[in-house]
Design a protein around this ligand. Structure first.
Ligand SMILES: O=C(O)CCC(=O)C(=O)O
Ligand SMILES: [Fe+2]
Length: 327
């Protein structure tokens, strides 16, 4: 099995009339999401220079920031200092995928601003401010994330056509998106790294919990692995000029299982330092998500999932990602 390709270019400009090119893109998106849940996205319009700048910014900081600089933006539990239980820097081994498997990676987690975020701490979970390494980093990332949000909205228009809905059907649900972005570094597998974290090889097997993941990675091959229908693993190696995009659990629920949220993992056994930057494109904090009628009709007539408010659903997911301090 290899991952399919989807060209989103006919949907980049909002308000353009229906066209055969749109129909073809929408059909390829439907097939990719229904059959695999992972695909290479082409025609996205984000320049290579932008992508290189984002990756290099992460690589440089991860490899040159001192322990003190990293500690300054460390993730803390909600209510502790600037902490909101989610945002900030995580050391190798701090993140636990799905509440169980130790990850051998370091990362800075960034989130959209909560619609009722207070201006100063203490912060309730996910109600804080992003903890940025420096202003160059935040300028580069804020601009990059804005581009991905436009792209995410284009993919939602494509999805609407794929499901025979009006092109703007999803707009009220995603404006504004409560996005998540993770700047990740996977250290090389040295004997010392293995000794410090014997079980961890990267990022444990999981499915993503939101809608779409737009994954930007460096050129490292053989690291990201996608579960195949027969239970084996398929390498989702980077393809120049493409994003690896995958369907998350929320989108699977929204489509009543028509789109598949596929399990994947990162096993980075190489001698290089691997960098990846997933942006998770999500509904609004207050969006109410329940299976779409058209999808229920196409999947046997019975809703397989109850409704959720996206923000509450996310809070439940994020709570399982870290060891709680003091426990
Ligand atoms: O680093 C990667 O290639 C993927 C990371 C990932 O799956 C995630 O953060 O959800
Ligand atoms: Fe993932």
């Amino acid at each position: 099995m290899s991952l399919p390709f989807v060209d989103v270019s006919p949907f980049l400009t909002k308000g353009t009339p229906p066209s055969p090119a749109k129909e073809a893109s929408a059909k390829s998106l439907f097939d990719a999401c229904h059959d695999v849940g992972f695909f290479y996205l082409t025609g996205h319009g984000i320049p290579k220079e932008t992508c290189d700048l984002v990756l290099n910014t992460v690589r440089t900081w991860m490899l040159t920031a001192t322990d003190e600089e990293k500690a300054l933006i460390a993730r803390k539990d909600a209510g502790v200092g600037e902490g909101d239980g989610a945002r900030g820097y995580q050391r190798v081994g701090e993140n636990v995928t799905g509440g169980k498997s130790l990850s051998r990676k370091q990362a800075i987690d960034l989130y959209a601003t909560h619609p009722s975020a207070p201006s100063a701490p203490p912060y309730a979970p996910l109600h804080g401010q992003n903890l940025w390494p420096n202003t160059t980093f935040s300028t580069i990332f804020n601009s990059y994330i804005a581009s991905i949000l436009s792209l995410g909205a284009a993919l939602m228009r494509c999805m609407a056509v794929a499901l025979s809905l009006p092109e703007d059907h999803f707009e009220p649900f995603i404006s504004p998106s409560f996005w998540v972005c993770r700047a990740i570094g996977y250290p090389p597998l040295t004997p010392q790294a293995l000794a410090e974290n014997p079980g961890g090889v990267g990022c444990g097997a999981h499915s993503d919990y939101g809608c779409w993941t737009f994954l930007l990675t460096d050129g490292t091959k053989g690291a990201l692995k996608v579960e195949a229908k027969d239970g084996g693993w398929v390498d989702a190696d980077p393809v120049e000029g493409c994003y690896v995009v995958n369907v998350g659990d929320m989108l699977m629920q929204w489509t009543n299982g028509l789109f598949k949220s596929t399990v994947h993992q990162v096993v980075h056994l190489g001698s290089n330092y691997r960098v990846s930057v997933p942006v998770f494109f999500e509904p609004s904090w207050d969006a109410k998500i329940s299976p779409l009628e058209t999808c229920v009709a196409r999947t046997g007539g019975k809703a397989l999932y109850g409704g959720v408010t996206y923000g509450e659903y996310l809070l439940g997911k994020v709570a399982g990602n870290f060891y709680t301090e003091g426990k």
